[in-house]
Design a protein around this ligand. Structure first.
Ligand SMILES: Nc1ncnc2c1ncn2[C@@H]1O[C@H](COP(=O)(O)OP(=O)(O)OP(=O)(O)O)[C@@H](O)[C@H]1O
Ligand SMILES: [Mg+2]
Length: 196
């Protein structure tokens, strides 16, 4: 799906220069390029959700919006900035690059457990955890793409795509923990192959 990274070189350069001389206000937020009396500039990602996978019982845009709104005050997702209902565009704060072997933090298992615990607290099953949906910034892993999330205590509707979860699905089960672990295994293996 199309995304646009809204950051101009100008903003990047001014922010990098600024970082050399001043303390960052929020050390955990390198996506905040500038925050002062004249305004706040944040790196963001905009995702346009097509209708291709919508059915009578699923509107993928509305579903992602619903879960992002529920989870908006947690620190396990890319924080939502704007929902453009007419054009089905979801804008979230930039939350870093996909997890890879080089940036995988030592405490990834702890972070995984916290992410899974938070999902459980909100009765949410992501359903589609794959390597690309694990992003990392400043050593913090976040989960993106909640288009197919569902209530954790319920089974997914029968007519949802069979390919959901792809190779990271564990047998017939939708199990976020298992998919998370499979994704990390895959990330580590992929890098090993590259090095051979
Ligand atoms: N807020 C964000 N910060 C950083 N990267 C992001 C963010 N949102 C999305 N991405 C990256 O963009 C990719 C595509 O976004 P997303 O998964 O939401 O789209 P999608 O169309 O549902 O993708 P797919 O169908 O392939 O799963 C993600 O896998 C992730 O790597
Ligand atoms: Mg995705």
């Amino acid at each position: 799906m199309k995304q646009r990274y809204f950051a101009s070189t100008f903003f990047l350069l001014t922010s990098m220069k600024k970082k050399c001389f001043t303390e960052e206000k929020d050390k955990n937020a390198s996506n905040v390029l500038k925050d002062d009396v004249s305004g706040k500039t944040v790196l963001s990602v905009s995702k346009t959700v097509s209708r291709k996978w919508d059915e009578e019982n699923i509107d993928v845009y509305e579903n992602e919006k619903k879960w992002l709104q529920k989870l908006k005050d947690t620190d396990i997702i890319a924080r939502p900035i704007n929902f453009d209902d007419e054009n089905r565009i979801i804008t979230t704060e930039y939350a870093g690059e996909s997890v890879n072997k080089d940036n995988l933090p030592e405490d990834w298992e702890e972070q995984r457990d916290r992410i899974l615990k938070t999902l459980a607290d909100y009765d949410c099953r992501h359903n589609d955890i794959k390597p690309n949906e694990l992003v990392i910034q400043d050593g913090k892993i976040r989960l993106v793409d909640f288009g197919w999330a569902y209530n954790r205590k319920k089974s997914n509707p029968d007519n949802w795509p069979e390919r959901l979860g792809s190779e990271f699905k564990c047998g017939d089960r939708f199990d976020d923990e298992c998919s998370f672990n499979k994704s990390i295994k895959h990330i580590l293996k992929k890098q090993e192959k590259k090095e051979e």
